[in-house]
Design a protein around this ligand. Structure first.
Ligand code: B1M
Length: 222
């Protein structure tokens, strides 16, 4: 019989949330990430093993396929949904401190910008990479980012912008955060953002896609 961790990973890769879900059609009627995660916990597999050996590798495969344009936004959203149906069973173990996360990551779409589809994908992939996510949502002012850093010392920050007009607010946010917290690492992204712009505004890293951000963070995992 296929190992339960491999089965959970396959559900996440394929976007199979639970038994009732008709997606993907070739897995209809079989157990999904939801039921299999509960079963794994009941069998005594720790939350950290399920995260490290099933969810994280599965989401890395999904991220790489998305970067290579082998899959698109809908498949990635289904994979993230399957991951969340597993994560809901693991979260109590992480929140109780029984299992450690890699660190904290604060994310938001910058002030004046309401686009959140890309930001949510990045958020889900980084969370799937084992980081604790603090998602501030959209239209986030520099002051709100600042407060979040002060409440979560050592956290990394991710800024997303989809409008050429709000890229200016990305620049302001980086300036405000770096002035008060010069060592904070800031990642930027979004359709109009480039590596050149990242360097110009003094951010630390630019990625055109979620997996690039996940890969960059690996070197800092505690
Ligand atoms: Co808007 N919109 N929109 N819009 N919208 C764009 C961005 C636009 C390019 C459309 C166009 O004109 N062709 C254009 C911007 C032009 C420009 O500035 N250059 C535009 C405009 C003008 C506007 C309004 C001003 C329209 C109006 O009202 N006149 C208005 C602005 C509202 C505001 O924000 N204040 C507006 C509103 C909206 C909706 C609300 C209707 C809706 C957003 C819904 C939502 O997000 N909940 C919307 C949408 C859906 C789009 C398009 C069609 C799709 C954006 C999207 O979700 N893409 C977009 C046109 C287009 O891109 N084809 C458009 C999919 C998403 C997965 O990609 O967000 O790029 P993306 O994220 C990627 C990467 O960029 C990266 O990873 C993701 C996955 O690969 N990434 C990061 C993103 N953030 C990252 C952070 C990282 C790392 C990587 O590290 C931290």
């Amino acid at each position: 019989m296929e190992d339960i961790l491999a089965r959970i990973a396959r559900c996440v890769e394929s976007g199979k949330t639970d038994k009732a879900s008709p997606y993907p059609p070739d897995m209809r009627g079989s157990e999904g990430a939801d039921e299999l995660t509960l079963q794994a916990i009941n069998e005594g597999l720790g939350a950290a093993r399920i995260l490290d050996e099933a969810l994280i590798p599965a989401m890395a495969i999904v991220g790489d396929r998305f970067s290579r344009k082998e899959i698109y936004v809908p498949q990635m959203l289904m994979a993230a949904k399957a991951m969340n149906s597993s994560m809901k069973h693991l979260k109590p173990f992480f929140q109780s401190g029984e299992t450690r996360r890699k660190g904290k990551f604060i994310i938001g779409t910058v002030a004046g910008d309401l686009h959140d589809i890309g930001k949510n994908l990045v958020s889900m992939m980084i969370e799937g990479g084992g980081w604790e996510m603090i998602d501030l949502g959209v239209d986030v002012s520099p002051e709100k980012f600042l407060k979040a850093i002060e409440a979560n010392p050592g956290a990394f920050v991710g800024l997303s912008a989809l409008l050429t007009t709000t890229m200016e607010n990305m620049k302001k946010t980086v300036a405000v955060l770096k002035e008060k917290h010069p060592s904070v690492k800031i990642l930027v992204g979004g359709a109009p953002v480039t590596m050149e712009y990242c360097e110009k505004i003094g951010a630390d890293f630019y990625s055109p896609d979620p997996q690039g951000a996940v890969n960059y963070l690996k070197q800092f995992a505690v």
